[in-house]
Design a protein around this ligand. Structure first.
Ligand SMILES: [Zn+2]
Length: 483
């Protein structure tokens, strides 16, 4: 153990570059292994200072003994973050790998994260996020009690958006009058209207989110390629056709038993109120008109739909886009009720590390594997057991640093974020440290942190703007931890 410390965790830990700079969470070298390997011939503690060391030069130990003490402190800080009980607790070997991966982070930042209550857990085969206690059940009683309040809130946002988008949408609709469906001019107007509708739905979704209303439009507003954050991108993969009966909406949310169907329907009525009634009225009229105009061979089938809709309102097809129908952020899984984010987390981790569960990459739209995840509101990082020695832990730590600084120093973050967005937009068009960094501003800075500690010189050479931003962020987290 002492030997391991001496050869792999002294000065070279910070100055040994990763052999593979272009790493990503899905295909990464093992940072710890490269540090351990690269450190064999570089045992002098008096190596030229690199940028990382310069950052914390006031506290950078000048001799091997002090350096060892510093490393011990960082190891202890990492140890304090590891989950100690339950399925998420790392094994002794995994804990060592995590100390190797995360022990490169400066003590101030580690202290800051520990003060925030950050915990790091490991997901192993056969474990799921439910048994690990990571997921949060939807508070059904709380949601039901607040339905009138939520409905009023949604109506207010909807009315505001009617004022904003109504005139323009009405103008487009009137221009379409008399144009044949295959007229290119009509098609262009259709497209403009759809874009406007998409923007309206987006603003409805954002408005509800910032008002703390746990519901969303059924129709995701953005395409996966346009979405700038992961949740929206994942939503956008679930594009839902309109019209649709609420029974089918319930089904999409996993409400498959009669009890769950009833519960979901009550929430739909409570959240949408009059808008749902009007939409149903219209849906029923539309169905009647179709039956009346049907060709003889279609009539029986359509009459069947109409009969079902008359008998059960949840079977009435409704145009959820035209009427801005919202659905509760409630998804049923076998064991209970989860919000969309948790439902996706559960699905994406699968049954522990044994399943390579598919996650849609927001940039490419292709499936990949979830190796780590940061749960900001729960101060928790999860790492797949096969990834404890890779750059996944430090990438996730990057998310925690950004989230923590945002919360601890809003004034700093308010002037930091616009510059992050600007650099991210530039990196999206050009080159940066990894493809994953181009996925969203959040992934961009998380990749920045991972590469900053792995190989700061390479980061500076590849993406100087990201290097500077990461350095600034870490200086801030370090200062917060050293207060
Ligand atoms: Zn990430």
């Amino acid at each position: 153990m002492q030997d391991h410390l001496a050869t792999s965790k002294l000065a070279p830990a910070r100055s040994t570059g990763s052999s593979s700079g272009a790493s990503s969470p899905t295909a990464a070298p093992t940072a710890a292994a490269s540090r351990a390997g690269g450190s064999q011939g570089a045992s002098s503690p008096d190596q030229p200072l690199n940028d990382v060391v310069e950052l914390s030069s006031q506290e950078a130990p000048k001799n091997p003994r002090a350096q060892l003490a510093d490393q011990r402190e960082r190891d202890q800080l990492v140890n304090g973050m590891l989950e100690t009980t339950g399925p998420g607790a790392p094994t002794g070997e995994e804990a060592q790998s995590l100390r190797n991966s995360l022990g490169v982070v400066d003590a101030g930042t580690l202290r800051f994260l520990q003060q925030q209550g950050l915990k790091v857990g490991v997901v192993s085969p056969g474990e799921d996020l439910y048994q690990m206690g990571v997921l949060r059940e939807v508070d059904l009683a709380g949601l039901q009690a607040k339905l009138p309040e939520h409905q009023a809130g949604i109506d207010a946002i909807d009315a505001r958006l009617d004022q904003k988008f109504g005139p323009q949408m009405a103008e487009l609709t009137s221009k379409m009058q008399g144009l044949a469906a295959n007229d290119p001019k009509r098609q262009e107007l259709d497209l403009q209207l759809a874009r406007l509708q998409g923007q309206r739905t987006y603003e409805l979704s954002q408005g509800m989110e910032s008002a703390g209303i746990p519901a969303r439009p059924l129709m995701p507003p953005l395409s996966a390629k346009e979405a700038s954050n992961n949740d929206l991108a994942m939503m956008a993969t679930q594009v839902v056709e309109s019209p649709l009966p609420t029974a089918a909406m319930a089904d999409i949310h996993g409400a498959t038993t009669p009890e769950r169907l009833k519960e979901f329907e009550q929430l739909m009525v409570g959240l949408n109120g009059e808008r749902l009634q009007v939409a149903r009225q219209e849906g029923l009229e539309g169905l009647k008109a179709r039956v009346a105009a049907a060709k003889p061979e279609d009539r029986e089938r359509l009459q069947g739909y109409l009969d079902a809709a008359m008998a059960d309102p949840t079977q009435i097809p409704i145009d959820h886009r035209a009427h801005n129908i919202v659905v509760p952020d409630l998804h049923y899984v076998e064991k209970g009720r989860l919000g969309m984010h948790d439902k996706l987390s559960l699905a994406n981790w699968g049954d522990g590390a044994s399943v390579a569960a598919p996650v849609v990459d927001p940039k490419t739209g292709e499936g990949s594997v979830l190796n780590g995840q940061y749960f900001e509101d729960r101060h928790r990082i999860l790492v797949r057991d096969s990834r404890v020695g890779s750059d996944t832990p430090i990438h996730e730590l990057g998310h925690a640093i950004e989230g923590g600084v945002q919360k601890a120093d809003p004034a700093f973050y308010a002037q930091f974020e616009p510059r992050l967005m600007e650099a991210y937009q530039a990196a999206r068009q050009g080159t940066t440290v990894s493809t994953y960094a181009q996925a969203s501003p959040r992934e961009y800075i998380a990749e920045g942190v991972a590469h900053f500690y792995e190989d700061p010189k390479a980061l500076k050479a590849t993406d100087p703007a990201l290097f500077a931003l990461t350095q600034e962020l870490i200086a801030k987290s370090s200062a917060l931890g050293n207060r």
